[in-house]
Design a protein around this ligand. Structure first.
Ligand SMILES: NC(=O)c1ccc[n+]([C@@H]2O[C@H](COP(=O)([O-])OP(=O)(O)OC[C@H]3O[C@@H](n4cnc5c(N)ncnc54)[C@H](O)[C@@H]3O)[C@@H](O)[C@H]2O)c1
Length: 315
Protein backbone atom coordinates (compact mmCIF):
# COMPACT_ATOMS: atom_id res chain seq x y z
CA UNK A 1 0.00 0.00 0.00
CA UNK A 2 1.04 3.59 -0.63
CA UNK A 3 2.32 5.61 2.29
CA UNK A 4 2.19 9.24 1.23
CA UNK A 5 0.78 12.57 2.17
CA UNK A 6 -2.03 13.12 -0.31
CA UNK A 7 -5.66 12.62 0.54
CA UNK A 8 -8.79 12.70 -1.59
CA UNK A 9 -12.07 13.64 0.12
CA UNK A 10 -15.25 13.02 -1.88
CA UNK A 11 -18.20 15.10 -0.70
CA UNK A 12 -15.55 17.44 0.69
CA UNK A 13 -17.67 20.59 0.33
CA UNK A 14 -20.44 19.15 2.49
CA UNK A 15 -21.02 19.43 6.22
CA UNK A 16 -18.70 16.65 7.41
CA UNK A 17 -16.40 16.80 4.38
CA UNK A 18 -15.49 20.45 4.90
CA UNK A 19 -14.53 19.81 8.53
CA UNK A 20 -12.51 16.79 7.46
CA UNK A 21 -10.63 18.84 4.84
CA UNK A 22 -9.87 21.45 7.51
CA UNK A 23 -8.58 18.84 9.91
CA UNK A 24 -6.38 17.21 7.23
CA UNK A 25 -4.94 20.58 6.21
CA UNK A 26 -4.10 21.26 9.86
CA UNK A 27 -2.14 17.99 9.73
CA UNK A 28 -0.31 19.34 6.67
CA UNK A 29 -1.76 16.81 4.27
CA UNK A 30 -2.22 17.58 0.56
CA UNK A 31 -5.97 17.59 0.13
CA UNK A 32 -8.04 17.20 -3.02
CA UNK A 33 -11.68 17.95 -2.32
CA UNK A 34 -14.15 16.52 -4.84
CA UNK A 35 -17.80 17.57 -4.88
CA UNK A 36 -20.67 18.08 -7.32
CA UNK A 37 -22.19 20.74 -5.01
CA UNK A 38 -25.56 19.00 -4.74
CA UNK A 39 -25.90 19.62 -1.00
CA UNK A 40 -22.44 20.99 -0.35
CA UNK A 41 -21.37 24.52 -1.23
CA UNK A 42 -18.25 26.36 -2.26
CA UNK A 43 -18.89 28.60 0.75
CA UNK A 44 -18.15 25.65 3.07
CA UNK A 45 -14.57 25.45 1.82
CA UNK A 46 -13.99 29.02 0.68
CA UNK A 47 -11.69 29.67 3.63
CA UNK A 48 -9.49 26.77 2.52
CA UNK A 49 -8.97 27.91 -1.06
CA UNK A 50 -5.93 29.99 -0.09
CA UNK A 51 -3.96 26.94 1.08
CA UNK A 52 -1.33 25.80 -1.40
CA UNK A 53 -1.99 22.18 -0.47
CA UNK A 54 -5.75 22.37 -1.07
CA UNK A 55 -7.47 21.74 -4.37
CA UNK A 56 -11.19 21.87 -5.10
CA UNK A 57 -12.57 19.83 -7.97
CA UNK A 58 -16.16 19.86 -9.25
CA UNK A 59 -16.89 16.25 -10.11
CA UNK A 60 -19.73 13.76 -9.79
CA UNK A 61 -18.50 10.48 -8.27
CA UNK A 62 -20.93 8.46 -10.37
CA UNK A 63 -18.36 9.04 -13.13
CA UNK A 64 -14.80 7.68 -12.97
CA UNK A 65 -12.11 9.95 -11.61
CA UNK A 66 -8.42 9.82 -12.41
CA UNK A 67 -6.21 11.58 -9.87
CA UNK A 68 -3.17 10.53 -7.85
CA UNK A 69 -3.69 10.05 -4.12
CA UNK A 70 -2.55 7.95 -1.19
CA UNK A 71 -5.78 7.85 0.78
CA UNK A 72 -9.46 8.28 -0.06
CA UNK A 73 -12.27 9.30 2.28
CA UNK A 74 -15.52 8.54 0.44
CA UNK A 75 -18.16 10.88 1.88
CA UNK A 76 -20.05 11.89 -1.27
CA UNK A 77 -23.77 11.27 -0.75
CA UNK A 78 -26.63 13.49 0.39
CA UNK A 79 -27.28 12.61 4.02
CA UNK A 80 -30.64 14.04 5.03
CA UNK A 81 -33.99 12.54 3.97
CA UNK A 82 -35.22 15.71 2.20
CA UNK A 83 -32.11 15.71 0.04
CA UNK A 84 -31.63 12.00 -0.61
CA UNK A 85 -35.32 11.55 -1.44
CA UNK A 86 -35.22 14.45 -3.91
CA UNK A 87 -33.73 12.19 -6.62
CA UNK A 88 -33.66 8.68 -5.17
CA UNK A 89 -32.21 7.06 -8.29
CA UNK A 90 -29.27 9.45 -8.21
CA UNK A 91 -28.85 8.72 -4.46
CA UNK A 92 -28.46 4.99 -5.11
CA UNK A 93 -26.13 5.71 -8.03
CA UNK A 94 -24.02 8.01 -5.85
CA UNK A 95 -23.62 5.33 -3.19
CA UNK A 96 -23.15 2.35 -5.50
CA UNK A 97 -21.47 3.74 -8.64
CA UNK A 98 -19.60 6.21 -6.44
CA UNK A 99 -18.24 3.34 -4.34
CA UNK A 100 -17.31 1.33 -7.45
CA UNK A 101 -15.49 4.30 -8.98
CA UNK A 102 -13.62 5.18 -5.80
CA UNK A 103 -12.74 1.55 -5.06
CA UNK A 104 -11.52 1.21 -8.65
CA UNK A 105 -9.32 4.26 -8.16
CA UNK A 106 -8.03 2.90 -4.84
CA UNK A 107 -7.27 -0.44 -6.47
CA UNK A 108 -5.33 1.15 -9.32
CA UNK A 109 -3.32 3.32 -6.92
CA UNK A 110 -3.11 0.77 -4.05
CA UNK A 111 -4.53 3.56 -1.88
CA UNK A 112 -6.23 3.09 1.47
CA UNK A 113 -9.94 3.91 1.33
CA UNK A 114 -12.53 4.77 3.99
CA UNK A 115 -16.28 4.64 3.49
CA UNK A 116 -18.60 7.02 5.36
CA UNK A 117 -21.37 4.53 6.08
CA UNK A 118 -24.32 5.17 8.32
CA UNK A 119 -26.37 3.94 11.24
CA UNK A 120 -29.18 3.70 8.66
CA UNK A 121 -27.73 0.32 7.64
CA UNK A 122 -29.34 -0.94 10.87
CA UNK A 123 -32.75 0.23 9.60
CA UNK A 124 -35.50 -0.01 12.19
CA UNK A 125 -33.48 -2.08 14.67
CA UNK A 126 -34.75 -4.74 17.07
CA UNK A 127 -31.71 -4.37 19.35
CA UNK A 128 -30.62 -1.37 21.42
CA UNK A 129 -28.02 -0.05 21.38
CA UNK A 130 -26.71 -1.35 18.03
CA UNK A 131 -23.40 -3.18 17.86
CA UNK A 132 -21.55 -3.70 14.59
CA UNK A 133 -22.45 -7.39 14.56
CA UNK A 134 -26.16 -6.60 14.21
CA UNK A 135 -27.23 -7.11 10.56
CA UNK A 136 -30.07 -4.62 10.64
CA UNK A 137 -33.72 -4.54 9.60
CA UNK A 138 -34.10 -2.48 6.45
CA UNK A 139 -37.09 -2.13 4.15
CA UNK A 140 -35.72 -2.67 0.62
CA UNK A 141 -38.61 -0.94 -1.20
CA UNK A 142 -39.50 2.11 0.89
CA UNK A 143 -38.78 5.78 0.33
CA UNK A 144 -35.70 5.65 2.57
CA UNK A 145 -34.30 2.56 0.81
CA UNK A 146 -32.34 4.50 -1.82
CA UNK A 147 -30.13 5.73 0.99
CA UNK A 148 -30.17 2.74 3.36
CA UNK A 149 -29.75 0.04 0.70
CA UNK A 150 -27.32 2.18 -1.30
CA UNK A 151 -25.10 2.44 1.77
CA UNK A 152 -25.48 -1.27 2.51
CA UNK A 153 -24.47 -2.15 -1.04
CA UNK A 154 -21.48 0.21 -0.75
CA UNK A 155 -20.37 -1.69 2.37
CA UNK A 156 -20.72 -4.97 0.42
CA UNK A 157 -18.54 -3.58 -2.36
CA UNK A 158 -15.91 -2.43 0.13
CA UNK A 159 -15.69 -5.87 1.71
CA UNK A 160 -15.63 -7.64 -1.68
CA UNK A 161 -12.74 -5.41 -2.84
CA UNK A 162 -11.00 -6.25 0.42
CA UNK A 163 -11.51 -10.01 -0.01
CA UNK A 164 -11.01 -10.15 -3.78
CA UNK A 165 -8.37 -7.48 -4.37
CA UNK A 166 -6.72 -7.20 -0.94
CA UNK A 167 -7.54 -3.52 -0.79
CA UNK A 168 -7.03 -1.70 2.51
CA UNK A 169 -10.54 -0.65 3.49
CA UNK A 170 -12.11 1.06 6.51
CA UNK A 171 -15.85 1.31 7.06
CA UNK A 172 -17.26 3.74 9.63
CA UNK A 173 -20.96 3.70 10.51
CA UNK A 174 -21.74 7.30 11.38
CA UNK A 175 -24.61 8.12 13.72
CA UNK A 176 -26.39 11.52 13.85
CA UNK A 177 -23.89 14.34 13.87
CA UNK A 178 -24.43 18.08 14.26
CA UNK A 179 -22.41 21.28 14.13
CA UNK A 180 -21.54 24.33 12.03
CA UNK A 181 -22.15 23.99 8.26
CA UNK A 182 -25.11 21.67 8.61
CA UNK A 183 -27.53 22.53 5.84
CA UNK A 184 -30.02 25.08 7.27
CA UNK A 185 -33.04 23.46 5.63
CA UNK A 186 -32.24 19.77 5.79
CA UNK A 187 -35.01 19.06 8.27
CA UNK A 188 -32.74 17.78 11.07
CA UNK A 189 -33.91 18.50 14.57
CA UNK A 190 -30.84 20.41 15.79
CA UNK A 191 -30.71 22.82 12.83
CA UNK A 192 -34.53 23.10 12.81
CA UNK A 193 -34.69 24.16 16.45
CA UNK A 194 -31.80 26.61 16.13
CA UNK A 195 -33.07 28.25 12.94
CA UNK A 196 -36.60 28.52 14.34
CA UNK A 197 -35.30 30.12 17.54
CA UNK A 198 -32.99 32.54 15.69
CA UNK A 199 -35.87 33.67 13.48
CA UNK A 200 -38.04 34.16 16.57
CA UNK A 201 -40.46 31.50 15.33
CA UNK A 202 -42.03 28.97 17.65
CA UNK A 203 -40.07 25.75 18.11
CA UNK A 204 -41.99 22.74 16.82
CA UNK A 205 -41.82 19.61 18.92
CA UNK A 206 -43.41 16.47 17.57
CA UNK A 207 -45.20 14.27 20.10
CA UNK A 208 -44.70 15.09 23.77
CA UNK A 209 -40.98 15.77 23.37
CA UNK A 210 -40.05 12.87 25.64
CA UNK A 211 -38.60 10.82 22.73
CA UNK A 212 -34.81 10.69 22.92
CA UNK A 213 -32.04 11.10 20.37
CA UNK A 214 -28.26 11.12 20.55
CA UNK A 215 -26.08 13.52 18.57
CA UNK A 216 -22.34 13.67 18.12
CA UNK A 217 -20.54 16.98 17.69
CA UNK A 218 -18.78 17.25 14.33
CA UNK A 219 -15.22 17.63 15.72
CA UNK A 220 -15.57 14.38 17.63
CA UNK A 221 -16.88 12.59 14.57
CA UNK A 222 -14.06 13.83 12.34
CA UNK A 223 -11.58 12.64 14.95
CA UNK A 224 -13.13 9.16 14.71
CA UNK A 225 -12.76 9.17 10.90
CA UNK A 226 -9.10 10.21 11.04
CA UNK A 227 -8.32 7.67 13.76
CA UNK A 228 -10.01 4.92 11.75
CA UNK A 229 -7.97 5.77 8.66
CA UNK A 230 -4.81 5.49 10.78
CA UNK A 231 -5.54 1.98 12.10
CA UNK A 232 -3.43 -1.02 11.11
CA UNK A 233 -4.13 -2.59 7.68
CA UNK A 234 -5.97 -5.55 9.18
CA UNK A 235 -8.58 -3.30 10.81
CA UNK A 236 -11.46 -2.91 8.38
CA UNK A 237 -14.37 -2.07 10.64
CA UNK A 238 -17.28 -1.66 10.35
CA UNK A 239 -16.99 0.53 13.39
CA UNK A 240 -19.74 2.68 14.90
CA UNK A 241 -19.00 6.36 15.51
CA UNK A 242 -21.53 8.45 17.37
CA UNK A 243 -22.48 9.75 20.75
CA UNK A 244 -24.28 7.25 22.99
CA UNK A 245 -25.53 9.97 25.37
CA UNK A 246 -29.24 10.45 24.85
CA UNK A 247 -31.37 13.47 25.60
CA UNK A 248 -35.05 14.26 25.10
CA UNK A 249 -36.26 16.56 22.36
CA UNK A 250 -37.81 18.74 25.04
CA UNK A 251 -34.45 19.14 26.80
CA UNK A 252 -32.79 19.97 23.47
CA UNK A 253 -35.40 22.61 22.64
CA UNK A 254 -35.07 24.19 26.07
CA UNK A 255 -31.28 24.39 25.78
CA UNK A 256 -31.50 25.94 22.33
CA UNK A 257 -34.00 28.50 23.59
CA UNK A 258 -31.79 29.35 26.54
CA UNK A 259 -28.76 29.87 24.27
CA UNK A 260 -30.57 31.88 21.61
CA UNK A 261 -32.93 33.87 23.82
CA UNK A 262 -35.78 35.63 22.02
CA UNK A 263 -39.54 35.30 22.00
CA UNK A 264 -39.96 31.71 20.67
CA UNK A 265 -42.32 29.38 22.47
CA UNK A 266 -42.47 25.60 22.32
CA UNK A 267 -45.42 24.24 20.31
CA UNK A 268 -46.38 20.59 20.22
CA UNK A 269 -47.58 18.77 17.07
CA UNK A 270 -48.55 15.12 16.47
CA UNK A 271 -45.71 12.69 15.73
CA UNK A 272 -45.31 12.03 11.98
CA UNK A 273 -45.99 8.41 11.09
CA UNK A 274 -42.53 7.64 9.75
CA UNK A 275 -40.69 9.20 12.68
CA UNK A 276 -37.73 6.85 13.14
CA UNK A 277 -37.60 5.03 16.44
CA UNK A 278 -34.68 5.57 18.73
CA UNK A 279 -31.22 4.65 17.47
CA UNK A 280 -28.20 4.62 19.72
CA UNK A 281 -24.63 3.53 18.99
CA UNK A 282 -22.73 0.96 20.97
CA UNK A 283 -19.21 2.40 20.72
CA UNK A 284 -17.32 -0.32 22.57
CA UNK A 285 -15.36 -1.20 19.43
CA UNK A 286 -14.45 2.45 18.72
CA UNK A 287 -13.22 2.82 22.29
CA UNK A 288 -11.06 -0.30 22.03
CA UNK A 289 -9.79 -0.10 18.46
CA UNK A 290 -9.51 3.67 18.03
CA UNK A 291 -9.11 4.84 21.62
CA UNK A 292 -12.00 7.14 20.77
CA UNK A 293 -15.05 8.47 22.56
CA UNK A 294 -16.92 11.76 22.06
CA UNK A 295 -15.63 14.61 24.23
CA UNK A 296 -17.66 17.68 23.33
CA UNK A 297 -20.66 18.36 25.57
CA UNK A 298 -24.05 19.20 24.11
CA UNK A 299 -23.80 22.64 25.69
CA UNK A 300 -20.47 23.46 23.98
CA UNK A 301 -21.48 21.93 20.67
CA UNK A 302 -24.74 23.86 20.60
CA UNK A 303 -22.93 27.14 21.33
CA UNK A 304 -20.73 26.72 18.26
CA UNK A 305 -23.65 25.65 16.11
CA UNK A 306 -25.86 28.55 17.21
CA UNK A 307 -23.01 31.00 16.49
CA UNK A 308 -22.66 29.55 12.99
CA UNK A 309 -26.36 29.80 12.15
CA UNK A 310 -26.55 33.31 13.61
CA UNK A 311 -23.85 34.42 11.15
CA UNK A 312 -25.40 32.51 8.27
CA UNK A 313 -28.84 34.05 8.78
CA UNK A 314 -27.31 37.53 9.05
CA UNK A 315 -25.50 37.12 5.74
N1 LIG B 1 -24.22 14.04 9.08
C1 LIG B 1 -24.60 12.89 9.61
O1 LIG B 1 -25.21 12.90 10.69
C2 LIG B 1 -24.30 11.60 8.91
C3 LIG B 1 -24.76 10.40 9.50
C4 LIG B 1 -24.50 9.20 8.86
C5 LIG B 1 -23.74 9.16 7.70
N2 LIG B 1 -23.30 10.31 7.14
C6 LIG B 1 -22.57 10.21 5.87
O2 LIG B 1 -21.47 11.11 5.85
C7 LIG B 1 -21.30 11.63 4.55
C8 LIG B 1 -21.32 13.15 4.60
O3 LIG B 1 -22.56 13.59 5.14
P1 LIG B 1 -22.89 15.11 5.44
O4 LIG B 1 -23.74 15.17 6.62
O5 LIG B 1 -21.65 15.89 5.38
O6 LIG B 1 -23.84 15.43 4.20
P2 LIG B 1 -23.74 16.58 3.12
O7 LIG B 1 -24.95 16.43 2.25
O8 LIG B 1 -23.48 17.89 3.74
O9 LIG B 1 -22.45 16.15 2.31
C9 LIG B 1 -22.44 15.29 1.21
C10 LIG B 1 -21.59 15.92 0.14
O10 LIG B 1 -21.54 15.03 -0.98
C11 LIG B 1 -21.74 15.80 -2.16
N3 LIG B 1 -22.30 14.91 -3.18
C12 LIG B 1 -23.52 14.35 -3.22
N4 LIG B 1 -23.63 13.59 -4.32
C13 LIG B 1 -22.44 13.65 -4.97
C14 LIG B 1 -21.94 13.10 -6.17
N5 LIG B 1 -22.69 12.28 -6.94
N6 LIG B 1 -20.67 13.40 -6.54
C15 LIG B 1 -19.90 14.23 -5.80
N7 LIG B 1 -20.32 14.79 -4.65
C16 LIG B 1 -21.58 14.50 -4.25
C17 LIG B 1 -22.70 16.91 -1.74
O11 LIG B 1 -22.70 18.01 -2.62
C18 LIG B 1 -22.17 17.25 -0.36
O12 LIG B 1 -21.15 18.21 -0.42
C19 LIG B 1 -22.42 11.05 3.69
O13 LIG B 1 -21.92 9.97 2.96
C20 LIG B 1 -23.43 10.60 4.70
O14 LIG B 1 -24.17 9.51 4.22
C21 LIG B 1 -23.56 11.53 7.72
Amino acid sequence: MREGNSVLVTGGAGFLGSHLCERLLRERRDVVCVDNFFTGTRRNVEHLLGYRNFELLRHDVTFPLYVETDQIYNLACPASPVHYQHDPVQTTKTSVHGAINMLGLAKRLRARILQASTSEVYGDPEVHPQTESYWGRVNPIGIRSCYDEGKRCAETLFFDYWRQHRLEIKVVRIFNTYGPRMHPSDGRVVSNFIVQALKGHDITIYGDGQQTRSFCYVDDLIDALVRTMATAPEFTGPVNAGNPVEFTMLALAERVLKLVGGPSKLVFKPLPEDDPKQRQPDITLARQALGWAPKVTLEDGLKETVAYFRDLLRS
